[in-house]
Design a binder for this molecule. Structure first.
Ligand code: AMP
Length: 515
């Protein structure tokens, strides 16, 4: 079944129901939403040559058109390749090429920068706001939604691997249907009067969560700012009512800070789903006290999107169970459609309480990595997805994450892969060695710190390295701090001891001596 059928069904049932909004302004009801999608699908097919099975990239900030494009891509039977709008155009171009997308939607400076790159010369870069596209859609007939199998790819989710190069996670129509159905069971029931507010990037979790809201004919609201602004949300929520939003722990912390200043009590918000990075117990407790019983935690990863475990609203609010505090520090229990175990290196389940790698099996687990069978075989063994996350499960099934085996830094809700930043810094002629780690940060969750060994006889400044990073990677990935050292601590095999670097930052005794 094609995911776009959910939109068609909602539009038939309630054509006049509000569907797309920008802030408090209504942009389209469900009938208009569907009509625009089916016309765009015809243009994609007839004018742009897109066929079932093709990949179409979306390099756009949050906008209501994002949802039209996404559904139009599905309607023609193609797969969407959403790209984080915060990425550098060169990084986006790499993804477009890797995903073999012949067409990419982009706008403004990002579009110009993309078009200037040689690797984009044989690809179409379409501006969704261009008058020509509008005219073409105006005259187009309504497309028929292509039949799709559950195993057909719907979304290629680019997540960075430890090798520093992003991997394309192939998520199928079947994966995303199972994810959306789990939403109703494990996260929240959605009523037609509810709305989902896109405060986080649509290229990731917030966009994936558009599905349960389309299925139930609820409202999709893109804030005027296009992203997260605590003040805007506090102003918008009481007007909209029944607001649901997905956000990183950083966003929750900012909403709490806003509440401290203004006394905002969460009015108009139904549910805040937080995840993607660790949430500290004191922070979520204050969030519940100030904003009310509106929080649900989700733990997932691109390879099993939004669907590994969840900590329900009742569990987040519970202050009576003898172990409520441990539960609040956990990521909850396995979601309904997946099996979750903690296993040793051989994949054998460990007894409760023992730490090991978290493994997941079920209908939400990806088809594999696009064009990378080797990595797929390493990651999915005997049907079990190896998450790379280390944690333990208690006797009642609550999973507590202990470490991220992959050393990923989660800053402001975005994942930053140290290896990628290290590789950029290493290309600077004055840098001999480098190691990048995350450091706890009250505002961002974690911040990026680079330990740099300069080339012998060279002097390199923070400013020079910052400019170097800015020219090659997204702003949010560049280190917030540099520590210059004569050498890096290494083990007997010559591997850098990142733990010593983190210990040094935490003020502990460690064999790290800044220059
Ligand atoms: P991504 O594939 O970009 O969605 O990143 C997924 C990774 O983020 C997971 O493998 C975890 O390491 C981390 N993560 C996701 N959800 C949570 C959570 N609720 N608490 C702590 N870490 C999380």
């Amino acid at each position: 079944m094609n995911l776009a059928l959910w939109l068609e069904r909602a539009a038939r049932l309630n054509p006049q129901a509000p569907a797309l909004m920008r802030g408090t302004q209504l942009i389209a009801d469900y009938d208009t939403f569907l009509t625009r999608v089916l016309r765009l699908a015809t243009v994609l097919c007839d004018d742009m040559g897109i066929e079932a099975g093709d990949h179409v990239a979306i390099f756009l900030p949050n906008t209501t058109e994002y949802l039209e494009i996404l559904n139009a891509i599905w309607a023609v039977g193609a797969a969407a390749v959403p790209i984080n709008a915060k990425l550098h155009p060169r990084e986006a171009a790499w993804i477009v090429e890797h995903a073999r997308s012949r067409l990419v939607f982009a706008t403004g400076h990002a579009r110009e920068a993309l078009m200037a790159l040689p690797e984009m010369s044989d690809r179409q870069v379409i501006d969704p706001f261009a008058a020509e596209l509008d005219a073409a859609c105006h005259n187009a007939s309504l497309a028929r939604i292509e039949p799709r199998q559950p195993s057909d790819t719907a979304w290629v989710f680019y997540t960075s691997g430890t090798t520093g190069r992003p991997k394309g996670v192939m998520l199928t129509h079947g994966n995303l249907m199972a994810m959306a159905q789990s939403y109703f069971i494990d996260i929240d029931m959605v009523e037609p009067g509810d709305c989902t507010l896109y405060a986080a990037p649509m290229s990731h979790g917030a966009g994936l969560y558009s599905l349960p809201f389309t299925l139930r004919g609820a409202r999709h609201v893109v804030p005027v700012s296009g992203g997260f602004d605590a003040e805007e949300i506090a102003g918008l929520a009481p007007h909209l009512g029944n607001v649901c939003l997905f956000g990183a722990p950083t966003m929750v912390r900012r909403m709490v800070a806003r509440s401290r200043e203004s006394g905002y009590d969460g009015a108009g918000i139904k549910t805040v789903i937080y995840g993607g990075g660790p949430m500290y117990v004191a922070d979520i407790m204050e969030a519940v006290e100030r904003l009310g019983p509106r929080f649900v935690q989700v733990y997932g990863q691109g390879e099993s999107p939004m669907t590994i475990t969840a900590l329900s609203r009742a569990q987040v609010c519970d202050r009576t169970h003898p172990r409520w505090r441990e539960r609040l520090a956990s990521v909850g229990v396995a979601q309904s459609c997946v099996e979750v175990i903690v296993a040793d290196d051989d994949g054998t389940a460990l007894p409760s309480g023992r730490a090991g790698e978290i493994l997941v099996r079920g209908p939400t687990v990806m088809k594999g990595y696009l064009g990378n069978e080797e990595a797929t075989a390493r990651t999915i063994k005997d049907g079990w997805l190896r998450t790379g996350d280390i944690g333990a499960m208690d006797a009642e099934g609550f999973v507590t994450l202990q470490d991220r085996a992959k050393d990923v830094i989660v800053s402001g809700g975005s994942n930053i892969y140290p290896r990628e930043v290290e590789e950029v810094l290493l290309t600077h002629s004055d840098v001999a060695q480098v190691s990048v780690v995350g450091h706890p940060d009250p505002e961002w969750g974690e911040s990026v710190v680079a330990f740099v060994v300069p080339e012998t006889g060279s002097v390199v400044s923070t400013e020079a390295l910052d400019a170097w990073c800015l020219s090659q990677i997204a702003r949010f990935k560049r280190p917030k701090r540099y520590v210059f050292v004569p050498d890096l601590p290494k083990n007997a095999y010559g591997k850098v001891l990142k733990t010593s670097l983190r210990d040094h930052l935490n003020g502990c005794q460690a064999d790290v001596e800044p220059m």
